[in-house]
Design a binder for this molecule. Sequence first.
Ligand code: ZN
Length: 203
Amino acid sequence: MSFELPALPYSQDALEPHISAETLSFHYGKHHNAYVTNLNNLVAGTEFEGKSLEEIMSATAGDATKAGLFNNAAQIWNHTFYWHSMTPNGGGKPEGALAAKIDADFGSFDAFVEAFKAAGATQFGSGWAWLVLDNAGKLQVVKTLNAECPLTEGQTPLLTMDVWEHAYYLDFQNRRPDYIATFLASLLNWAFASENFEKAQAQ
Ligand code: ZN
């Protein structure tokens, strides 16, 4: 039993003109795929063989001697979550219970947007920006470094944006703020975030 590269939820050109098929062919076909290959090599013959991604992540988070296992497992998880956090003709605003919760916890939708843009823009180097439900039941925008994932902090991810250069360099070069603005305006999958929010509420 080994890990497999999960299918993309859309075709590689489905996010054009915002994110090109060329970006997805590298980002999904090379980077995401390499994390799967690496993890399969790392778990072979160890106590982690047969464990889930989440089990490997929680067992190795913060352990410098298992950084390779953590980084590759978390990057598989994060990227799969990221593909679902985008959709063709995405963007706009959330609806229903999640919209009300954003107003309640951030003050307004615009305040959420500012917090999310700031998290993405100020993540120095490689990492991720997230909307999470924290363990007190409050929405928060957080950023994580490299492969780190809010799951191992006891938070429930609702959506994520990859701010590694490999996510945007072919389409936006060094203009990370333009990528972030495009993600919010045209790609963000609010239906996915709402689904995750409802699942977390039901637990
Ligand atoms: Zn990436």
